[in-house]
Design a protein around this ligand. Structure first.
Ligand SMILES: C[S@@+](CC[C@H](N)C(=O)[O-])C[C@H]1O[C@@H](n2cnc3c(N)ncnc32)[C@H](O)[C@@H]1O
Ligand code: SF4
Length: 378
């Protein structure tokens, strides 16, 4: 059971916090569509398995393509793979693209899950982020999608944004829960290199939120999401019963996935592969049958570190017995040592064989996971 991911590398406007690969020139849209199909054909045997449980259109902004163009990509996938009857087929969409006309067409495709970037419902935050929509437009877009029958909707939002007071955060979450969506992804704002936000931070035009304040926002979110019946199943992800994202889960269930498009990553349990993050070079390489990706073989330690990274992120945690059977006594003993340290600091708890991050641990999860990594001596 594997997944196919399409990276759609176009956006209509650049959000000032975002470092994902994309271009705001949509000129190459047609050429790109053709090349995505060509890459799929070229790499159809990569997974060594032709049964798919997930297809994910991410970006960038997949909704720059018309619904029939998205369906033509699904059609292409169906030529080489068996798409399982209950397969989760997700489209990341920006609220400003979800017009009545677009949704009407999209409802006719096999897309059965929408992931909509609302980020905030406050217009001053959206202006700061350079989003193309207002808070009300984002809210209405979700309502419209529901009216067109989409009943598996996820919303993306960002907290820890300069100027986001606790009062505003509470108001925003109330609106999110009013929408009655099935899934929420909530990301702490990251100051990624080469973004306008980071440049502004360096010039002193933006001030990073105090860690204590963003921790309070995160804790409030965890609390209120639980009260509304959401399971906090991964650091940034919350779902209603039965709506855990299959696509997200494939990363920590160590499922194979094939990534198509510029900057897309692929994984087949033994190797990682990543495509060139440049639209022009990608199209040229695909058309001329030249190399468009790099790959690395994964060592035993790389696989262990991946296992730490993916399992500790989830509410199922990391199974220590599995560490012993899959990675041997040395790495098991290493984990036992780290486990003692974080049990005593109450960052983790132990349930049977598994260790799971507590709320306190989730907030500093990157530090804890790095500490569990096995680093080979030079
Ligand atoms: C790849 S983006 C695609 C979403 C879609 N294009 C949109 O903007 O609506 C997925 C999500 O990543 C999150 N994201 C991107 N950059 C981020 C950053 N620097 N810090 C926190 N979250 C970020 C946003 O919430 C965004 O919706
Ligand atoms: S957040 Fe979405 S719309 Fe904004 S630049 Fe990133 S991918 Fe594009």
């Amino acid at each position: 059971m594997s997944g196919v991911y399409f990276h759609i590398p176009f956006c209509r406007q650049l959000c000032h916090y975002c470092a994902f690969h994309k271009s705001i020139s949509l000129q190459a849209k047609e050429d790109m569509l053709e090349c995505l199909k060509l890459e799929l054909k070229l790499r159809k045997d990569y997974l060594g398995d032709n049964s798919l449980t997930t297809i994910y259109f991410g970006g960038g902004t997949p909704s720059v393509y018309q619904a029939n163009e998205i369906e033509s990509l699904i059609e292409e996938v169906a030529k080489y793979f068996i798409i399982e009857p209950n397969a989760e087929i997700t489209l990341e969409a920006n609220p400003d693209d979800l017009t009545e006309k677009y949704l009407q067409e999209l409802a006719k495709t096999r897309v059965n899950r929408l992931s909509v970037g609302i980020q905030s419902f406050h217009d001053e935050d959206l202006i700061l982020m350079n989003r193309r929509h207002t808070g009300k437009e984002a809210f209405d877009a979700i309502r419209r999608a529901q009216a067109f029958g989409f009943d598996n909707i996820s919303v993306d939002q960002i907290y820890g944004v300069p100027g986001l007071t606790m009062e505003k955060w509470k108001e925003k979450l109330e609106l999110v829960f009013d929408l009655n969506v099935q899934h929420i992804s909530s990301y702490h704002l990251m100051f990624d290199p080469n973004t306008i936000f980071t440049k502004k931070l360096e010039k002193g035009q933006l001030v990073e939120m105090d860690e204590e304040d963003s921790f309070e926002q995160f804790n409030y979110l965890i609390d209120v999401a639980r009260k509304h019946g959401f399971v906090h199943y991964e650091i940034s992800n919350f779902s209603k019963e039965g709506y855990i994202s299959e696509h997200n889960s494939s990363y920590w269930k160590q499922k194979k996935y094939l990534g198509i498009g510029p900057s897309a990553h692929s994984y087949n349990l033994e190797q990682r592969e990543w495509n060139i993050a440049n639209n022009y070079k990608y199209i040229t390489a695909i058309r001329n049958n030249e190399s468009f990706s790099e790959k690395e073989d994964l060592s035993e330690y790389d696989r262990f570190n991946d296992f730490v990274l993916t399992s500790l992120r989830t509410y199922w945690g990391m199974d220590l017995e599995l560490v012993r059977t899959d990675f041997g006594e040395k790495l098991y003993q290493h984990c036992i040592l780290k486990t003692k340290k974080y049990l005593s600091s109450e960052h983790i708890r132990q349930e049977k064989n598994s260790i799971i991050l507590n709320d306190k641990g989730v907030f500093v999860s990157n530090d804890i996971m790095s500490d569990f990594f096995w680093v080979e001596e030079e």
